[in-house]
Design a protein around this ligand. Structure first.
Ligand code: TYD
Ligand code: MG
Length: 460
């Protein structure tokens, strides 16, 4: 077989160059050329068709959709309940999972625990480590109390050797820790470059689909928060999981942001202990900080991403700023904060123009749903006025540019969870107000943001 050649392809226009250049010779874009493998045989059997274009293949048979037998995917639960929840029930045969997160957040720990559980459930596993030596992984397994583990380990970073080993040992699940350390000798680029990561992930995905072996890729997140190099990886794989959370806090969340075999936005919650990650089966109250008395600038909301409601405290600090005041948010969208401040000014007459505004979602949780809007605005006004919201208070609802308060999905569930945890007063969008009262919870339904502000002011 002829050896495959590499060329450099522009990610913008698709133009090619035989060697790397800073600027694409075809479209002139900078830094867009990425090394790609071209198979030596490609282009050999081109046919010219009467239509005038060159096609390399003959027409294939097509099948009506109804005639294709749909099979349920075979899943094996890992036994780690919070992980199975985000995976959509367990590890899928031939499925490819990408798990991303900051260094030190617990990716290797979680996967080692999961592999051990799968191995004990009777599934042969292979853990390929490129980041750490075998001795380091053994040390970690000792800390986790799984030192008698039968998980097979391979310390290797060259893709071809990994594939050959997988072929020889035939595991059911392979972990590649990490995809950024893996390299193929078909390419000349350095390990970790976009070209290498993409090529290695593509080979591993093809292997998974061809053999039914499940593959779990560990990916690093860059400082900007994207998986290093390749967002391209996200569309290749079946499932994308992100580790979130503050490395300083004990709690970690794994969120499914894409899943071909389950629901997205599902969250698994873990606590990092000295014996590894432990699932938190009832996480609804862990993102509340414990104040003995209500404090200004704090408002609790119920977020519902995935299937479980979580109560999260939103904190705001509004303080006099300099000539160009700062707007900073942690765990919430910064652009949305600017928008909410404008709405607050225009529709509720609350001005923060000369003030620094900081908002934070407690506990390192990241909230992307707009249902947080009302709680963000109420915590800001509470901080500005130096007046705490009442004890047992919560609010949720999306706020529009016109000052209208829009309903959040599954409002009843949110309110019931809050009542269960002892909350007593809620400000919610009108459409979310329950038909029958919820015991212990007095509900104020509002349609506009100024109405919400008035309700709160009247509470004293
Ligand atoms: P690690 O799983 O190596 O993170 P990643 O692979 O995402 O880079 O490390 C997780 C962190 O957790 C590390 O700083 C050490 C700590 N840790 C514990 O607190 N308890 C434990 O049992 C283990 C194994 C690690
Ligand atoms: Mg690691």
């Amino acid at each position: 077989m002829a050896k495959d050649k590499t060329t450099f392809t522009c990610t913008e226009c698709g133009g090619t160059s035989p060697r790397w250049l800073g600027k694409c010779p075809a479209c002139g874009a900078w830094n867009t050329l990425v090394e790609t493998v071209t198979e030596a045989s490609a282009g050999k059997n081109r046919l010219s068709t009467p239509q005038g274009y060159a096609g390399a293949a003959h027409a294939q048979a097509v099948t009506p959709l109804a005639a294709i037998e749909a099979q349920d995917v075979a899943r094996t639960p890992s036994g780690i309940e919070e992980l199975d929840r985000v995976l959509g029930g367990g590890v899928v045969e031939g499925g490819v999972v990408l798990i991303g997160g900051d260094p030190g957040i617990g990716k290797s720990t979680l996967l080692l625990q999961a592999m051990d559980a799968l191995q004990r459930a009777g599934l042969p596993t292979l853990y390929v480590t490129g980041e750490e030596s075998g001795a380091q992984v053994a040390l970690r397994s000792r800390r986790l109390g799984i030192d008698g583990s039968q998980v097979q380990l391979l310390a290797e970073i060259q893709l071809e050797k990994i594939l050959a080993t997988v072929d020889a040992t035939q595991p059911a699940v392979v972990v590649i820790d990490s995809i950024q350390t893996t390299y193929s000798d078909q390419l000349t680029s350095a390990p970790g470059s976009v070209a290498q990561v993409r090529e290695c992930a593509a080979h591993l995905t093809r292997m998974a689909k061809g053999t039914g072996i499940a593959v779990i890729l560990v990916g690093h997140v860059t400082k900007e928060g994207a998986l290093a190099g390749p967002r391209v990886l996200e569309h290749m794989v079946d499932t994308v999981l992100y580790f979130e959370g503050d490395t300083h806090s004990q709690f970690r969340m794994v969120r499914a942001i894409k899943n071909r075999f389950g629901a997205v936005n599902e969250i698994g919650v873990f606590a990092m202990t000295e014996k590894g990650l432990k699932g938190v089966s009832n996480p609804s109250a862990i993102f509340l900080s414990q104040h003995s008395e209500p404090v200004p600038g704090s408002c609790v909301m119920v977020t519902l991403e995935g299937t479980r409601p979580l109560l999260v405290e939103i904190q705001a600090l509004v303080d006099s700023g300099g000539p160009s005041p700062r707007r900073l948010s942690v765990g919430l969208d910064k652009d949305r904060l600017a928008m909410l401040l404008a709405v607050l000014h225009r529709h509720a007459g609350v001005a923060c123009m000369d003030q620094d505004v900081f908002v934070n979602a407690v506990g390192g949780v990241r909230i992307s749903e707009p249902a947080a809007d009302l709680a963000v605005m109420l915590s800001i006004t509470s901080s500005l006025r130096g007046k705490a919201l009442p004890r047992g208070f919560l609010a949720f609802g999306e706020v529009g540019l016109a000052g209208e308060v829009r309903p959040a999905p599954r409002g009843q569930e949110r309110l019931k969870e809050a009542a269960k945890l002892g909350f007593s007063v809620a400000v919610v969008p009108k459409a979310n107000a329950p038909k029958r009262p919820i015991e212990g919870l007095s509900i104020h339904a509002v349609e506009r943001v100024e109405e919400a502000m008035n309700v709160v002011r009247e509470m004293g």
